[in-house]
Design a protein around this ligand. Sequence first.
Ligand code: PLP
Length: 481
Amino acid sequence: MELDLVLKPQVSGLLREVLDAPTTLSEMVEALGSPLNVVVPQQIETNAAAYRAVYSEHRLSGTIFFAHKANRSSALIRELAAGGCGVDVASLGELRHVLEAGFTGARIMATGPKDTEFLWLAARVGATVNADSREELVELAELVARFELAPVRVMIRLSAFDSPGVTIASRRSRFGVHARELSSVLDLLDRHRDVLDLRGMAYHLDTTGLDEKVRALEGCLLAMREAQTRGFTPSAIDIGGGFGVNYLSDRREWDRYTTELGKAVLGTRASMTWQNHGYGLRAEGATLRGTLGLYPAHRDLAGASYLDELLGRESPSLGRPLGTLLLENLYDLHIEPGRGLTDQCGLTLARVAQVRTTDAGEVLVSVAANSRDISAEDHAVLMDPLLLPHRPEAQAPVGVYLTGNLCLEDDFITRRQVRLPRTPVAGDLLAFVNTAGYFMDFAADHALMQPIARKVAVYPAEQGWTWCLDEQYWPVKGNRA
Ligand SMILES: *Cc1c(COP(=O)(O)O)cnc(C)c1O
């Protein structure tokens, strides 16, 4: 039974070295409390380099805008400010944060829903406004005129692309303007040419599905043509984020897990989850129904290679690869990876508080953290934590449930049973790796007055690596390659 449960995480770079020093980690948690977040700022630049290599391969220019919402770390943002990336901000707070880190307007893309204050500051510092609606453009034009600001660069975020003759479901989004409304948005921009400078078209689709993205990119290419025929000179297409991460080291484990989960839901094998939770699957008699609502935790195609694949795909209606079409038109390609750029950029440590066994024989490991501190499950990503310290002499694998520190029935860090190499004891640490993209701080709050994790940055030093508080990290620290 045990082997079926294993989902070994992919770990590389400095994170691996950090995990090899459990005594230091334990001292850090002792000093700073549990949970504790660890970020690896220099890794984000290494990741950006992989995307840049894809740009070179396709001979494309344009900017990589890190989607700030994936992580609140100052260290990551400051490291990016020192390099060549841009940043995508989706709130007034994020915009203020990146300005303080050293970004200037030319490298900032403002996305998402925007209140007046956010719009004003974005316009004031010369950020590009990725417009979500016609109403937003009207307000922006009014602000620029009222405050006599320089014309603002704008992109039009499109959604719901109709594909001629094809029935690919284009999912509804509450963001962006329908491609059908483009003409009236161009009318609006035409009336405000003195204050709004149309730079191009944009989309962001929250999916891993390549076909949908092919349609969307093609939709943007067509929209660029329409804008050109109306006398605009747009020069860039922003294809948003959603390049993703591969979280697991072994595809076979993932395949086996999902196959066995189906059997468990049908009752043909022992349950693998708390109260036989099916992650979207359910049994109707002897038939499996529903859809597995999990992120594909093992992905052969993720991050920069996903971008490469997308650019190599043929445009169904224009014929020829999308990368070629971008190049021929001399369009800049902008991307906004969040999760994809944070791959291997962080981990979350949690101290084991108590271990108990239920009357049904289930082992519950309660940790000093909760499901908002480590929200991988909430994002439907399943992977095993690592148990520290490593004690090879004590190995006796055990399947356990990880429960959080909130007195809420559903505060499980995992509703799936995870297999640990031995039964943990109070004071051990669990390391949840690869949490820098959304899992470590997106949802963290002070429910029950429990502490929010502090954050530390780790970076290479003379002897291996060293660390400091996240807010103390600036790119001038450490040895740079
Ligand atoms: C969230 C978001 C992103 C980043 O998405 P990832 O899946 O993390 O790459 C990029 N652009 C916009 C507009 C977003 O809302």
